[in-house]
Design a protein around this ligand. Structure first.
Ligand SMILES: *[C@@H]1O[C@H](CO)[C@@H](O)[C@H](O)[C@H]1NC(C)=O
Ligand SMILES: *[C@@H]1O[C@H](CO)[C@@H](O)[C@H](O)[C@H]1NC(C)=O
Ligand SMILES: *[C@@H]1O[C@H](CO)[C@@H](O)[C@H](O)[C@H]1NC(C)=O
Ligand SMILES: *[C@@H]1O[C@H](CO)[C@@H](O)[C@H](O)[C@H]1NC(C)=O
Ligand SMILES: *[C@@H]1O[C@H](CO)[C@@H](O)[C@H](O)[C@H]1NC(C)=O
Ligand SMILES: *[C@@H]1O[C@H](CO)[C@@H](O)[C@H](O)[C@H]1NC(C)=O
Ligand SMILES: *[C@@H]1O[C@H](CO)[C@@H](O)[C@H](O)[C@H]1NC(C)=O
Length: 791
């Protein structure tokens, strides 16, 4: 039980100083300040050699490049590649891309296995008679580490990265993910996920960087730079894929893939910024979203996939559909009476380059017909094939042996420094929501025996959530999310183990499960029977493991059985003993009486399989919590669409606000100035088109404990022509502040921070005159905004 996990822990003890440096150095990769010449990006123009190839290729070869199929068409149920099938798809359909996890009946493949299978696909593809030898591009949903490849380092989910407010961790984890992915012969990851999860019931909340457009932009840019770097020459990098374009995070009912009803203004002001930042950072590919917006399916939308994405936002990279999306126009969206018409709508009217078909050849056949009938033009096909081949060239696939995995990259997998990044990301993300009477940290003068209780207390599956090893997470039963830890091969530290690693000498930690993730009794009697032997209880509850559709729920409240069991324990042990609740959940489930029955609440989100170490360290005070909520935590099950940037007049009664998070330190904000002047000095003006001003604020750690603080700058315009948001985050910086010390933090501000989509409907075209406020901590500064339009 001890060996592997314990020995890793020992190595980590010696690298604590390096991880601190990593965590505090947020400047270098910060969105906006980084020299973009250090990174590659797709060009809007196509290279001459690619144009010349297109001139010589047959129609069939071109359609093949636009075709992406699932691995199960060529991987037998025995897990062995069906060479005949690969040859069939190469010879007859010139298939240009494959996707998805290679695994069979619980048997997973490691990087060398992946590379071997994919290289076999490449060799067969390259052996067929065709005008040019064009390797396939393989894509995987590696959204938090190369989690489909066995024995790689799995990181916390996007929601934790967001909660860390540390873009360096987004960058580092994406870099390692890229290396492990490329080591597996795979050149493309479908990440980062840049949706704004407006509806908290949506089962994809955890994949994203939270509800704020600025935070999502910063983390998205940092991860794209980590995945891609100099991807045109660096063969340890992969193409990133910003997804899902656009407005996927606001399903009307909260159910995955449901229709979205959303205003154009909300799209431009809240959904577009993260994608625009990704484009500006050079993201190589994009994926459209499953939904329809006000009845208009995105996958066939000229407005969203041609005018907005290409013409306005200037995306020059490659665009792929989501799973089966062209077919969905016929079978789900009900806008095309036939499959062929669906393909016509999606291709002729948009700028989609590749169809994730994915389990037949119907796309290819429909396209051939449509071209013969003249309903899709060859110019349109060539436009897409140009982007597809340019991407393959940029990734090195057209170079001799450029499609082969580098065995040196395989040797680096699961390096100690990779695991340290995963742990550090977990440490910086854990968010202390409540800490009544300083119940945490548990110290040996307060307690002698701690009992860990609950379904998430002693496994890795609940730490890692969905999209881990399997699509539905490390589960035996997708719809119940029963955990199955074997496939982690001990690569992780459970909460129980993490607590045992971090426990002070003389204190004991034990575990009794008590109840299941559905809230059903396992052995609560035993928990209560033994309760008097313990003086603190760490109850690990949360959600079943899921991703996408199987994660749909109809009530945001935690399973009632879990709430009842916490209540049972709390009333049994009384007020003198501490009850600490740890939440392992992909979205903010309404806590009911858990809120009042807990002395302290730690929001761990889905911190990844190494997250137990971070939780143990926080519980015993070895790590001072510094995570902040990247979303609004609702108090009531009916409040599924609470977002802090709500219109200022909305009813507002959340349990915890966006940005909330306690620390074992206490911080005091003071001395806000703008251009060195106090708010009581003369009026200052922010004039559109004129130079920026500098906001300065001091933050003092007034406690005896060193701690990290995230300083957030919000802006607010109390009155404007279109009802304003309550406030909006525009900048943040996470800094380490030693006990008793003061740091000075500066942000620049200009009139553009107050841009929005006004009554003319032109995206982000309006700046209103009037008083505006800069809000940092409890500090506030009023300025006069002048738009210079004479309005
Ligand atoms: C391999 O694929 C071919 C062509 O699709 C199919 O006919 C054959 O049954 C497959 N073989 C196995 C062992 O699955
Ligand atoms: C993962 O690593 C463990 C320990 O080295 C090994 O036993 C196991 O076979 C590996 N898993 C795979 C799928 O290669
Ligand atoms: C395939 O090979 C034959 C000669 O064996 C040649 O005539 C033909 O053009 C080739 N087809 C393609 C698509 O390259
Ligand atoms: C592997 O980890 C060790 C120990 O943390 C570190 O010194 C080394 O730089 C790492 N190597 C790579 C390639 O990251
Ligand atoms: C999963 O858990 C549910 C409810 O706790 C149970 O009914 C089901 O039998 C379990 N499935 C497996 C495969 O263990
Ligand atoms: C705030 O500014 C005043 C006046 O410049 C200075 O005396 C004081 O030390 C500052 N306080 C902090 C906490 O920086
Ligand atoms: C705090 O603010 C004051 C006034 O703005 C400034 O002079 C001082 O240097 C700041 N203190 C620190 C430690 O940054």
């Amino acid at each position: 039980m001890l060996s592997i996990r314990q020995s890793i822990y020992l190595v980590l003890l010696f690298s604590v100083s390096t991880c601190t440096a990593l965590a505090t150095n947020t400047e270098h990769h910060k969105y906006g300040t980084l020299n973009s010449e250090e990174y590659d990006h797709p060009e809007l123009t196509i290279d001459d050699d690619i144009i010349s190839m297109i001139g010589q290729m047959s129609v069939e070869e071109k359609i093949g490049q636009m075709t992406q199929i699932n691995q199960d068409l060529v991987l037998g149920i025995d897990g062995v590649l069906n060479r005949t099938a690969v040859e069939y798809y190469a010879k007859n359909y010139y298939v240009g891309s494959y996707l998805n996890q290679l695994a069979v009946n619980g048997r997973n493949y490691d990087a060398a296995d992946y590379a071997k299978i994919i290289e076999e696909i490449q060799e067969i593809t390259l052996s067929v008679n065709s005008t040019f030898k064009i390797p396939i591009i393989y894509g995987l949903d590696h959204i938090h580490g190369a989690h489909y490849v066995a024995n790689t380092t799995i990181f916390p989910h996007g929601i934790n990265i967001a909660a860390s407010f540390n873009p360096e961790l987004a960058y580092e984890s994406a870099s390692i993910t890229a290396r492990d992915t490329r080591a597996s012969g795979v050149q493309w990851t479908f990440a980062p996920v840049l949706d704004i999860p407006v509806n908290k019931q949506w089962p994809r909340v955890f994949e994203n960087f939270g509800e704020d457009p600025h935070l999502s932009s910063v983390m998205g840019v940092a991860s794209i730079r980590g995945y891609q770097g100099k991807y045109k020459t660096d063969r340890s990098k992969v193409a990133a894929c910003m997804k899902h374009f656009i407005a996927y995070g606001a399903p009307y009912s909260g159910q995955d893939r449901d229709s979205t009803v959303v205003s154009e203004r909300t799209i431009y002001d809240y959904f577009v910024p993260g994608f625009q930042a990704a484009i500006d950072a050079g993201v190589a590919t994009a994926m459209e979203s499953y939904i329809d917006i006000n009845g208009e399916p995105v996958v066939s939308s000229k407005k969203y996939l041609r005018q907005l994405l290409r013409d306005q936002m200037k995306f020059g990279g490659m665009l792929v559909t989501d799973w089966q999306e062209m077919e969905n126009l016929h079978t789900k969206h009900m806008v095309a009476a036939t499959h062929k018409e669906a393909v016509r709508m999606a291709i002729a009217d948009t700028s989609i380059d590749m169809s994730m078909v994915p389990q037949d050849v119907i796309f290819f056949e429909s396209m051939m017909d449509l071209i013969k009938e003249g309903r899709v033009t060859m110019e349109r096909v060539d436009e897409s094939v140009a982007r597809l081949l340019q991407l393959k060239k940029d990734l090195g696939l057209l170079e001799p042996n450029g499609w082969k995995a580098d065995p040196k990259l395989q040797e680096m997998i699961q390096n100690d420094s990779d695991i340290e990044v995963a742990m550090e990301a977990a440490r910086e993300s854990i968010t202390l929501l409540k800490n009544k009477n300083a119940a945490l940290p548990l110290t040996k003068d307060k307690i002698k025996r701690v009992l860990v209780v609950g379904p998430a207390g002693d496994n890795l599956g609940h730490l890692a959530g969905g999209w881990t090893i399997q699509w539905q997470g490390a589960t035996e039963d997708a719809w119940h999310g029963n955990v199955s830890d074997e496939q982690f091969y001990n690569n992780g530290i459970s909460i129980l183990d993490g607590m045992q690693n971090a426990v002070p000498e003389g204190v004991q930690v034990e575990y009794i499960q008590g109840f299941t993730i559905d809230g059903n009794d396992v052995n609560m009697d035993l928990v209560l029977e033994k309760a008097e032997d313990f003086d603190a209880f760490v109850v690990c509850i949360g959600e079943h493991i899921y991703s996408e559709l199987p994660g749909n729920i109809h009530d945001l409240t935690l399973p009632q059985g879990q709430i009842n069991n916490v209540e049972k324990l709390a009333s049994f042990i009384g007020k003198e003993k501490h009850l600490i609740t740890v939440l392992l959940e992909g979205r903010p489930r309404v806590l009911g009486s858990v809120q009042d029955n807990s002395d302290a609440i730690l929001q761990a989100y889905l911190p990844g399989p190494w997250g137990g170490q971070a939780i143990g360290e926080v519980v015993f005070g070895l790590t001072n919590p510094s995570g902040r909520l990247p979303y609004t935590y609702p108090k009531y099950a009916g409040d599924t669409t609470l977002n802090y940037w709500r219109p200022a007049n909305d009813i507002w009664d959340p349990l915890y606000e966006f940005g909330h998070g306690l620390s074992y330190s206490s911080f005091q904000y003071s001395n806000i100035t703008v251009n060195g002047l106090l708010s009581t000095d003369e009026k200052q003006y922010l004039i559109a088109g004129e130079v920026e001003k500098e906001v300065s604020v001091n933050i003092t750690n007034i406690s005896p404990v060193d701690g990290k603080e995230t300083i957030m700058m919000f802006v607010k315009q109390p009155f404007r022509i279109v009802t304003p948001p309550a406030k909006l985050l525009k900048a943040f910086q996470k800094v380490m502040i030693p006990a008793g010390e003061t740091v000075n933090v500066r942000f620049s501000v200009d009139a553009d921070l107050f841009r929005y989509t006004g009554l003319d409907g032109i995206p982000q075209n309006t700046i209103d005159n009037g008083a505006v406020k800069i809000l940092i901590g409890d500090q506030e500064f009023e300025l006069q905004l002048v738009n210079n339009n004479g309005e």
